[in-house]
Write a protein that binds this ligand. Structure first.
Ligand SMILES: [Zn+2]
Length: 198
């Protein structure tokens, strides 16, 4: 038996979600149709509203509902200090630490030519332009320690070289409250390289 056209379209559409294959999509579609049509309608409305109403901040590329996001629009933040992160989720994590009071630059990915993510897709040309215009004194890299994160960090390092911008990378290492014996070798090696005087 085949699904009716509308059900099939709903299932096909749901597979655009990350990690959702045809089987999960079918389960979701049936759940909404069998048991939660109001939830399904709310979901559809919230999705349409977010897709139309959420844009990227003109300065940092983070999600924003105005031209500038709440960080870039806040005059108390230090605009000349910029932390480069891969995703809006990273901004949220750093904000929750309460430790950072500068601005951000959100790449929305990391360099990965095979996935079609080059410097332009990540807005690195825009960042380079801002560096050239003397808007930034300090750049802090918070990209990941994956191959893509390292490639991105190298690219930005080359970009900054020869300018007066101070460049640093957040320390990577042993988690708080973590026992050394459970930390993997690569992380421990990073922690050693990133040691600082007491
Ligand atoms: Zn912003």
């Amino acid at each position: 038996m085949k699904h009716s056209p509308r059900v099939q379209r709903l299932i096909d559409t749901l597979t655009c979600l990350p990690g959702v294959g045809p089987r999960s999509a079918q389960r979701m579609a049936y759940h909404l149709l069998e048991r939660n049509r109001d939830g399904g309608r709310l979901l559809a409305a919230a999705m349409a509203d977010a897709m139309d109403g959420v844009q990227q901040c003109q300065r940092c590329r983070n999600f924003a509902e105005e031209a500038l996001c709440s960080v870039c629009a806040d005059p108390r933040r230090q605009a000349r200090q910029v932390c480069v992160v891969a995703s809006p989720a990273d901004v949220l994590a750093i904000e929750q630490s309460g430790e950072y009071h500068g601005h951000y630059f959100v790449l929305m990915g990391q360099l990965s030519p095979l996935d079609g993510l080059g410097p332009r897709q990540l807005g690195l040309d825009v960042l380079e332009q801002r560096l050239g215009e003397g808007e930034i004194d300090e750049l802090i890299l918070a990209t990941s320690t994956t191959v893509e994160g390292e490639a991105t960090a190298h690219y930005i390092h080359d970009m900054v070289e020869g300018t007066t911008v101070s460049l640093s990378r957040i320390a990577q290492g042993v988690p708080m409250g973590g026992d050394l014996e459970y930390v993997d070798g690569a992380t421990l090696a990073h922690a050693f390289r990133g040691r600082r005087p007491l």
